[in-house]
Design a protein around this ligand. Sequence first.
Ligand code: HEM
Ligand code: FES
Length: 589
Amino acid sequence: MSSVTSSASTAQRKASRFPPIERTLRLSTGLLLFTFAASHFLNHACGIFRLPTMEAVRFVLLWPWRTLLGQTLLYGSFLIHGGLGLYAIYRRRHLRIPRGELFQILLGLSIPPLVILHAVNVRLGYQLFNLPLTYPWLIYRYWELSPFVGLPRQFLLLLVLWIHGCIGLRSWLRFRPWYPAWTPVLAALATLVPILAMSGIIAAGRDFDATAAQDAAFRGAFARLQTPAEAAALAKIGETLILIYLGLVGAVFAARAALDWRRRRYRAIAITYPDGARAVVPRGFSILEASRWAGTPHMSMCGGRGRCSTCRVRIRSDLAALPSPNVAEANTLAAIGAPADVRLACQLRPIEDVDVTPLLTLKRWETRMAASRPVASNEHEIVALFVDLRDSTRLADGRLPYDAFYVIDKYVGAVCKAVESHGGEVTSVAGDGVMCFFDGGGDPRAAARGAMIALRDLWISLSELSVEFEAAFDFPVRFGAGCHIGIAVVGGLESRRAVQFLGEVGNIAARLQALTKEAGCAVILSRAVIERAGLPVPALERRSVQIRSVSQEIETVAFREREDFADLIGHEASRGPGGAAGSGRLRQV
Ligand code: HEM
Ligand code: FES
């Protein structure tokens, strides 16, 4: 099977002093284009302070881009970045890829036709027909002449370009240690810039109208700037360039299809996984592409860019038959000190049959990733729920340990089922205390609702169990639950293959649960959870409680009766596990 003397020995794995050229080029040209877009959009935002301000700021902000160096860098970056994008599509042997990556590619592909139309009108209009490069002229063109086609198209370009850039920046920065702390600021900027830019353009358009209303000659001066023949000539150039671009994209896809057909026909290779599954793919596929093609879950947190190492596989067949690692792969493998038989699935393109064991593949993680839920550590609002079984110490009294185990097992099973069927994660089970959290896929309202519905269903399930346990073991089920919403760092613990969260929200939920004993009730929710779920705060027992090491008091609502809780959620909720409401009432202390 595996031979350890190979071309890919650890000695050869020394990190290159030079970062891979393709990655560096893509990143630097992308950053340059993003800088241009950001300065351009901020310039648009100045329209909020009227057209003359916008125009004055343009002289300063866009000056560097009008110099020969600026123009060369801008258009050069555009061509290089776009070219690398097309090459990456050609190299990606298929498009069975996570939705996020596909979205990024589609956004990237749609930028050139939109930019071409704009740049031809602006830059070639200036070069060929001496049209002005000023905001008043362009506002006239879009706002006055083409409010239903040209203007929305500019807005679309603005959004597509900005989102594409932000996704790219995020995938570059998200593994930096400081990133989670900066996420709120970056998210605010990412949202504000395009909104301000579009508001600026709308304000400038209205300013244009107002000036034209006062000065009859104002609009006429712009109307005479460009003849219909010039406009038609620019439109023709734009159309031709777009056709060339579409031809190029078509050629890339056609070349890829032809290559695949040839390779599949003449040079297919088989990749075998530990469970015996095989992916038969054309030579040239990376192992990650083969896994995706075959529908085999395979971690790839950086999207196949050779940065994160989560796609790594252990090679179980002849290492000598594999191509040596490229620079990107060698650098990443060296950084994690990988042994000789470990390779990056996203970079390795085998030329012979190969047996691999994905080292970090975990179906649950993969499913979560596919649903684009947070897996990489990041900080956001979650709902923590802590559930505890009362009197569990009494369980051991005069009973067989097996019976006690059975009761605990059923109870933990009921909690897990209720939580997981409403989008929650159980992060720890310590004896009879179960800690869970809900992130609502990044939506705090969904998280709060999920937690409350899970709690309602759990209460029903435990009522049913209570009837069974009371009859069989003279042990009616009594439980306590505390629930709070707050910021936590959520991430996957690689060593435990589990999702975990860290934040005082968990301690608060556990403390609220402890308070249920003193208050003699089953459930204590913080008021924030109910409000976040968009539900009215019921007129039940409300208290502000001070929790050790938490600076502010927490406002809480206590629930004694299952019906009160069910009434609060009532018609909102879908019935989860637990079926019909149980006849047994939980007897709370
Ligand atoms: C309604 C929205 C927009 C307006 C009113 C507008 C306006 C302008 C103006 C006034 C210029 C001339 C700048 C100068 O050289 O001083 C320009 C150039 C340019 N804009 Fe826009 N722009 C808009 C949206 C966009 C978007 C979303 C992009 C995407 C990147 C973009 C890309 C460009 C490019 C490539 C140039 C050519 C730069 C040059 O050759 O000097 N524009 N635009
Ligand atoms: S997917 Fe990140 S290194 Fe391969």
